[in-house]
Write a protein that binds this ligand. Structure first.
Ligand code: RFL
Ligand code: PHB
Length: 390
């Protein structure tokens, strides 16, 4: 088999890239380890920046998003029992975020790609990438017990944090920068209408909590927990009680309902520099991870592949390597802005085990400054809705 661009991973990054390349008349094949059902049901992100929404519209993949996406113009910051609204749209010249589940983005992108004749191999085992130092890289994998070989010009490593592509970069040439946080998030999806109109980010002495949503009848909620916490210790009763305590406010009452899904995610910040080796280009979680407090991972993945698609199209058009040589630096500029914002939100809102009274006072002062100063609130708002793409 031959294609121009072999894409490893059918998450938001890989699928979006396949659409962007198709728009430029460039052929691609997507190779995904999991089944189609699995990737279309994996519950993860929910907050889409304006730039992500605009791009989905441009690509003609926004029917579901336009029908079911919920536009939000502000968020609530809750601390010391007081809720403070950050009017994001007012502070950013009308920009907003849209709530639409990642699994629906993935479902819509997959459907549209297949309908346009795109090729996606699901349930591909033992995916291996080779020859990226040459002009003839290849991706090999097993489907239905058959070993397949995909010859290509370029490999896009869109296979997430636990993928295989990052390890193809030689250890001597890559730099891994990392922070682990002393907590994780216990997330639930529940069949209950959201208790408030906007997302509530709650800083509480018992730990951080977040009330989000997926639709008028489905809520998505998170609790800060120990990163090694066992889910078995968290009965539905305990989860609801803890959420009610941490998110208590007289403007809302947390409604309870059946919990449809629960999981615990550790929190880390991670960047692999550079994001390219030879003909291999990393994009999305394969190259970087942010803690979810800033709601940025998926949006950053979309920005990477936007830059990559442009570079690939330029390379085919001009034959010059310059667009390839600048890919990593162009992406990393935004990656580090988003890393900082995600780290800052995480540091401001969580309870850090071991923090002494001095550090707690600093944290409190930061929260008061953000809700009290229009300049500080604007800093939060413009990063949260997404800074303009360069
Ligand atoms: P993905 O989504 O992990 O997709 C990678 C795909 O590659 C496949 N794969 C392989 N395929 C072939 N061969 C291999 N060897 C392979 N290894 C892996 C995987 O099966 C998968 O299908 O990466 P991508 O495309 O870069 O997308 C990144 C986003 O998924 C991620 O950043 C977000 O989910 C992060 N995130 C959020 N981002 C936002 O922008 N807004 C949010 O509100 C938000 N909330 C969140 C989040 C992530 C969370 N968790 C669970 C980590 C909330 C949570 C709780
Ligand atoms: C979500 O709805 O899943 C969500 C919302 C905001 C975040 C992270 C996740 O910061």
């Amino acid at each position: 088999m031959r294609t121009q661009v072999a894409i490893v991973g059918a998450g938001p990054a890989g699928l979006m890239l396949s659409h962007l390349l198709h728009r430029s008349g460039i052929d691609s094949v997507v190779v995904e380890r999991r089944s189609r059902e699995y990737v279309e049901q994996r519950v993860r992100a929910g907050v889409l920046e304006q730039g992500t929404v605009d791009l989905l519209r441009e690509l003609g993949v926004s029917e579901g998003l336009d029908r079911e996406g919920l536009v939000h113009r502000g968020i609530e910051l809750l601390f010391d029992g007081t809720a403070h609204r950050i009017p994001m749209s007012d502070l950013t010249g009308g920009r907003a975020i849209t709530i639409y589940g990642q699994q629906h983005v993935v479902r819509d992108l997959t459907e549209a790609r297949l309908a346009a004749g795109g090729q996606i191999y699901f349930e591909a085992d033992d995916v291996a990438v080779s020859g990226v130092d040459t002009a003839a890289p290849r991706v090999t994998f097993t489907v239905d017990g058959r070993r397949e070989e995909l010859l290509c010009d370029i490999v896009a490593g869109c296979d997430g944090f636990h993928g295989v592509c990052r390890d193809v970069l030689p250890g001597s040439g890559r730099h891994l920068l990392e922070r682990e946080y002393p907590f994780g998030w216990l997330g639930i999806l529940a069949a209950v209408p959201p208790s408030a109109d906007e997302l509530i980010y709650g800083h509480h002495e018992r730990g951080f909590a977040l009330a989000s949503l997926r639709s008028p009848t489905i809520s998505r909620l998170y609790l800060q927990v120990d990163p090694h916490e066992d889910l078995a210790n968290w009965s539905d009763r305990r989860i609801w009680d803890e959420l009610a305590t941490r998110l208590a406010h007289d403007r809302w009452t947390l409604a309870e309902g059946p919990i449809l899904e629960k999981s615990i995610t550790p929190m880390r910040s991670f960047v692999c520099e550079p994001m390219r080796h030879g003909r291999l280009f990393l994009a999305g979680d394969a190259a970087h991870i942010v803690p979810p407090t800033g709601a940025k991972g998926l949006n950053l993945a979309v920005h990477d592949v936007y830059v990559l698609a442009e570079a690939v199209a330029d390379w085919y058009r001009t034959g010059s390597d310059t667009p390839f040589d600048t890919y990593s630096a162009r992406c990393l500029r935004r990656v580090w802005r988003v890393q900082h914002f995600s780290w800052w939100m995480t540091s401001m809102l969580h309870r850090f085990p071991g923090h002494d009274a001095f550090e707690q006072r600093l944290q409190r002062s930061q929260l008061e400054y953000v809700v009290g100063s229009p300049a500080a609130a604007t800093t939060l708002a413009e990063n949260y809705v997404g800074l303009p793409w360069s």
